[in-house]
Design a protein around this ligand. Structure first.
Ligand SMILES: *[C@@H]1O[C@H](CO)[C@@H](O)[C@H](O)[C@H]1NC(C)=O
Ligand SMILES: *[C@@H]1O[C@H](CO)[C@@H](O)[C@H](O)[C@H]1NC(C)=O
Ligand SMILES: *[C@@H]1O[C@H](CO)[C@@H](O)[C@H](O)[C@H]1NC(C)=O
Ligand SMILES: *[C@@H]1O[C@H](CO)[C@@H](O)[C@H](O)[C@H]1NC(C)=O
Ligand SMILES: *[C@@H]1O[C@H](CO)[C@@H](O)[C@H](O)[C@H]1NC(C)=O
Length: 667
């Protein structure tokens, strides 16, 4: 049986769609003339397309009914690390060059080499007068070995999850403010985050300083399992998330929604990535349904945080002056187009993410179709914080008008279009024990969304192309870009040109790409404007975008197009030229001083150990075999059981990735 609250919330949400909402007056915020607080709840791998929000009753009650649900919010690189860095920096992945979760194209160490954490959201919030707080998972590859190399900048208080325990629900290991990591035996990780988040709020009781609190649990990300007795490198595998014991019985009959793209009898996706997937048999579908249930169960502990946080804000009399934002780093797919569980593709399940906002001036019980992306979040927070001047000019994102006052912002969000991009030489497979498989997942995809049209246009590194009319075909079943379809070449001409700009855009060209294509026509600001037949010839003579070859990383030369000229690439961009490791060394020698605090890890530092030894080290932090999470612990209880991670674990410099942790699964 589906528990009754789920049924009632399913009903409630459909009712929301027909409610005529009245905007809250903005006077409440102006009256106080105080900077609003910002509370950001950020999950990991939660999609917006498989009804997960429907199973979060507190999210429904306290955020959706009291705020606005944004249905068209997107991650533009659907993988944890690239997506988180995009959000933190307000940039597309093609401008951060963080394109993977670990070395050499991503992860905490690469992020530091590129000095990306020296000028980013929390620092801008501090400059705007905020105290800043972070609890949970910040970045991939932040670990027991590098937790203070360096300590993430910009936080007045931080309590970060550390690898290799980030994705182990029953082993909660944190580094507080860059101190030696500690663990909480027999305690459910999300519950520790819950208690720490409430404690962080309690510290705001006697201060009027505005705060920015970011709470980032890992649910509903899959869990990693390290098996003790298998003496080979494949002994790390993933399984569905582990729920808190008190939620493990829920949703027994719930299954992955059987949308038309779920495990289709005939494969309709045409690009190489998809076409080799075979029809999933009953056993495989059962595993997907089980993974889906575990995801919903694991989200319950996140949902339970919401009333605790609301209650504390209310107690302090700050609820009315606090924006609460709920989102996730990227989405997830389970069986759509026959794909095994994973992310990082350009289908809506992977890129469309939840976004719910409540706060002073935000419409209540409203569903919005406004288009936005993760790189717009940081500039929007700074606009709410009245700190726009702290947002560097190189930021790609614009301000999302969550409240009426932001509607005339000089740097508005891109009106209807954005690019999605990815570079990888393998396919990510999670949750079903399986490892990743070979295949190309390198593409550039354009999304254009308005109330009149809705398109997805993709160019793969293999030269394959896809075009979906998302208004008529929301499940991406009918690729209009195939020889047996009469394709609208004039539309393709426009979409290809727009993609060619956005795939390499910077700053203002991301917010309004049209002047690059129409330098003398400032009136053109939408696809509809550009579709006028007087521009047919102009578009016809533009060359089409193509990758030169398939690569698993971002190379400008491999993606060159006529719009990638110097004016597009170098406008106001002096300080964001992508820095390479060699350049950092060079800078240090040149200036004769240690300009950057980044600790360089040479591969020599890393120990060669047997997999058995890695397993032993991993097991130095105990993990309960029994279900944990019967109740959320109090802070006193946490204090009592807090223990330091054994020294041996901190001293040994293990390259966890090499031993099967994380990288293969693309977390
Ligand atoms: C962790 O908890 C388990 C079960 O309660 C107990 O057996 C074990 O001794 C504890 N370990 C540590 C290191 O506290
Ligand atoms: C699958 O393709 C076959 C052969 O083209 C066709 O006969 C059948 O109707 C299709 N089935 C579905 C469910 O679309
Ligand atoms: C389903 O497919 C998997 C993977 O190919 C295979 O191992 C398994 O035996 C199949 N199960 C059934 C019931 O056909
Ligand atoms: C793109 O490149 C592929 C592979 O090299 C080629 O087959 C295709 O014709 C090219 N497409 C266009 C539109 O240039
Ligand atoms: C991104 O980083 C990779 C790895 O260092 C490098 O090979 C590539 O050239 C970089 N791309 C750009 C556009 O700087």
């Amino acid at each position: 049986m589906v528990p009754s609250f789920v049924v009632s919330f399913l009903v409630t949400t459909s009712w929301l769609f027909v409610t005529l909402a009245t905007p809250t007056s903005e006077t409440s915020i102006e009256n106080k003339n105080k900077k609003p607080n910002i509370l950001f709840i950020f999950t990991d791998d939660q999609d917006a397309r498989m009804d997960t929000l429907e199973y979060m009753p507190n999210l429904q009650k306290y955020l959706i009914q009291e705020g606005t649900l944004y249905r068209n919010h997107y991650a533009t690189s659907a993988l944890c690390c690239p997506s988180r860095v995009s959000l933190l920096r307000g940039q597309y992945a093609h401008n951060t060059n963080i394109t993977d979760v670990g070395m050499p194209y991503g992860g905490y160490e690469r992020y530091n080499e590129l000095q990306l954490g020296e000028d980013y959201l929390p620092i801008w919030m501090q400059k705007a007068g905020y105290s800043t707080h972070y609890i949970g998972k910040l970045m991939n590859k932040y670990s027991v070995n590098n937790y203070n190399k360096p300590i993430p900048a910009g936080f007045d208080y931080q309590d970060q999850l550390v690898d290799p325990y980030t994705y182990v629900y029953n082993t909660a290991v944190f580094s507080k403010d860059g101190e030696e990591p500690v663990y909480f035996n027999n305690t459910y990780q999300t519950d520790v985050i819950h208690t720490k988040a409430v404690d962080a709020l309690k510290k705001q009781r006697n201060t009027e300083k505005p705060f920015f609190l970011w709470v980032a649990p890992i649910a509903p990300h899959g869990q990693f399992v390290k098996e003790g007795d298998i003496n080979d490198l494949v002994s790390t595998r993933t399984e569905p998330p582990e729920p808190a014991a008190r939620h493990a019985h829920l949703f027994q009959d719930v299954k992955v929604p059987r949308h038309p793209n779920f495990n289709p009898v005939n494969q309709t996706k045409t690009a190489s990535y998809w076409k080799e997937f075979s029809y999933l048999n009953e056993t495989q579908v059962k595993a997907l349904d089980e993974a889906y249930r575990k995801r919903l169960q694991s989200l319950q502990a996140v949902d339970e945080m919401i009333p605790s946080l609301i209650q504390e804000l209310e107690f302090q009399g700050k609820l009315e002056n606090t924006f609460i934002i709920f989102s996730s780093d990227n989405g997830f797919h389970l069986g759509q187009h026959r794909a095994p569980p994973g992310k990082a593709t350009d289908i809506e399940e992977d890129i469309n993410v939840p976004l719910v906002v409540r706060g002073p001036g935000v419409r209540k019980r409203h569903i919005s179709d406004l288009v936005s992306s993760h790189h717009d979040i940081a500039p929007t927070f700074l606009a709410l914080a009245k700190g726009d001047h702290h947002v560097p000019s190189w930021v790609d994102g614009g301000v999302i008008p969550w409240i009426p006052k932001l509607r005339n912002h000089p740097k508005p969000v891109s009106r209807e279009s954005f690019a999605v991009e990815f570079w990888m030489d393998k396919l990510i497979v999670e949750n079903v024990g399986a490892s990743t498989r070979p295949g190309w997942n390198t593409y550039k995809t354009l999304r254009v969304i308005s109330d009149k049209y809705n398109y997805k246009y993709a160019v793969w590194c293999t030269g394959e192309r896809e075009l979906y009319n998302m208004q008529e075909d929301p499940y991406e079943i009918n690729n209009l870009y195939t020889s047996d379809n009469a394709i609208d070449l004039k539309l393709i001409d426009r979409l290809d040109a727009l993609l060619s700009v956005l795939k390499a855009c910077r700053a203002h060209t991301c917010r309004n790409p049209w002047p690059v294509i129409h330098p003398n026509d400032p009136d053109i600001v939408t696809l509809k404007d550009a579709l006028h037949k007087k521009y047919d010839e102009h578009y016809k003579q533009l060359s089409k975008f193509n990758f030169s070859k398939c690569l698993g990383y971002y190379s400008i030369e491999n993606e060159e197009h006529m719009f990638d000229d110097r004016s597009l690439l170098s406008n106001n961009q002096k300080n964001v030229q992508l820095v390479t490791k060699r350049q950092i060394h060079f800078d240090i020698e040149e200036s004769g001083e240690k300009r950057c605090s980044v600790q360089q890890h040479s591969s020599n530092d890393v120990e060669q150990v047997t997999d058995k030894e890695v397993t032993r080290l991993f097991n130095l932090v105990p993990r309960s075999e029994e279900p944990v999470g019967h109740a959320v612990p109090t802070s006193e209880e946490l204090k009592k059981i807090e223990q330091r991670v054994p020294d041996e674990l901190l001293k040994r410099n293990v390259d966890w990735v090499k031993y099967g942790f994380y990288n293969r699964f693309g977390n």
